[in-house]
Design a protein around this ligand. Structure first.
Ligand code: LLP
Length: 429
């Protein structure tokens, strides 16, 4: 059989899967499964690849890591040490970001349906808010006149890998439309806010450059109107996150050089033509930085054949990785101890959760699988652990980071006691 094509940090050594230089079988034996394994090196490489590509076409660039993709504290610290900024959407993410060394001036908050006490906390902590409605702006201004205010715009162009993940366009709850955007900046200016930003985020899992081109054109037209009509300048213009990574074998990687030469150059030229000065170009990638830097290891418990299907029952379900169930997402799967065996059987890889939708893969061609085999679910680093739950009262998985050739436990496996930790039984104190 021809050797499987594996991307860094995956490696085939005599039919066994290695991740960032370490045998995944050894990791499963040491830490048990289900287990998320992360590569520090890959996170740093992803950050630097993107940073270099953007800087090639514009000098003033900031990368805000969208914390929601993976809030493991070590991941946050790694990106902090690279010089990243942080995009947050909840007080919890702000708290974790501050704890990992991001100073308030490196944090941004892009919430929706935001509570008053959250706005007060953000104002008190001096964190830049991308307001998502005029109501939010007016409520924020009641607590303080922030030194800088940014407005999230709906540029009327959205994109994404699933309808749930398209966050702009006619059906979207996010952002302000053009005329309201002008009003919002006028309100902030009347309140004596002195510095401004403007923001959009069109969706998640985008593998083409075109939607960014259209949305950036629209965002900059709106920015020019604000500049001309309200008479303010922008310290930053944030074009959001959403850069996709290939999941399906036929997916083409988004070409970063092309993205930069088309989108960043367009940004640079328009900003110049419109007389908008030299604002920072901000981007907010989540998935791109962490997705392919992690795999999920899961052990086969049960092999079961019915007259119509073959089921591979593993110890990770949608409690561990929700994406296949939630969006029908495809994650590549390798049988970690059988890389040299050909894909022979079509099966459903299913979890331990008592719902029929609990499948990590449907009709997937894999080598002949036996109980005890170890599967690696690839591209598990973004929206994997962060969307996991204790559903069916299953403690959440552990996380191990590979740092300079060594495995380090960075989140211990939850225990049965964690299932009850915040509950109080009636009648007991
Ligand atoms: N900025 C804002 C304001 C966002 O809402 C998001 C993601 C991002 C940046 C980062 O997007 P990314 O670069 O990761 O595509 N759970 C879904 C993805 C939801 C994304 C929500 N917002 C999934 O598993 O595909």
């Amino acid at each position: 059989m021809a050797k499987r094509k594996l991307r860094e940090p995956l490696e085939d050594r005599k039919g066994n899967l290695y991740f960032d230089g370490i045998s995944v079988k050894a990791l499963a034996e040491k830490y048990d499964t289900p287990l998320y394994v992360l590569s520090e090196k890959r996170i740093r490489d992803n950050y630097n690849r993107l940073h270099t590509a953007l800087l090639n076409n514009y000098k003033y660039v900031r990368i805000y890591y969208a914390a929601k993709a993976n809030t493991n504290l070590t991941v946050l610290k790694i990106l902090e040490s690279e010089g990243a900024y942080l995009d947050t959407v909840s007080p919890g993410e702000v708290f974790m970001g501050l704890s990992c060394g991001f100073t308030p001036d490196r944090l941004m908050f892009t919430g929706t349906s935001v509570r008053n006490d959250e706005l007060k906390m953000l104002a008190d902590a001096n964190i830049t808010v991308n307001v998502d409605s005029i109501s939010e702006l007016e409520r924020l201004l009641k607590f303080a006149v922030p030194p800088i205010v940014s407005v999230r715009v709906n540029p009327e162009v959205g994109a994404g890998h699933h309808s749930h993940c398209i966050t702009a366009g006619p059906e979207s709850k996010f952002g302000l439309w053009e005329d309201e955007t002008i009003q919002a900046f006028a309100i902030a200016q009347r309140a004596r806010v002195e510095r401004f930003g403007i923001h959009m985020h069109i969706g998640s899992g985008i593998l083409e450059v075109e939607p960014y081109v259209l949305a950036v054109e629209k965002l900059l037209k709106i920015a020019k109107r604000v500049h001309d009509e309200v008479g303010i300048s922008f310290e930053f213009i944030d074009i959001g996150g959403g850069i996709g990574v290939p999941y399906q074998p036929e997916d083409q990687e988004l070409d970063l050089a092309e993205f930069s030469s088309k989108v960043v150059t367009l940004f640079k030229n328009k900003v110049k033509d419109y007389g908008l000065g030299k604002p920072f170009l901000c981007v907010e990638p989540g998935r791109f930085l962490v997705c392919d830097a992690s795999i999920l290891l899961t052990t086969v418990n049960t092999v079961k054949t019915t007259p119509s299907r073959k089921f591979i029952g593993v110890d990770a379900g949608f409690n561990t990785l929700a994406r296949p169930m939630m969006y029908g997402s495809y994650h590549p799967i390798l049988v970690a101890n059988k890389l040299d065996k050909a894909d022979k059987e079509t099966c459903d890889v299913v979890g331990p959760i008592c719902e029929s939708g609990d499948a990590l893969a449907k009709e997937r061609k894999l080598p002949k699988i036996e109980e005890g085999d170890l599967l690696a679910i690839l591209n598990a680093g973004a929206y994997g652990f962060s969307m996991s739950s204790q559903y069916n009262s299953r403690p959440r998985a552990a996380e191990v980071m590979i740092r300079q050739g060594k495995d380090v436990l960075v989140r211990k496996r939850e225990e049965l006691g964690d299932l009850m930790a915040s509950q109080r039984m009636l009648g007991e104190q």
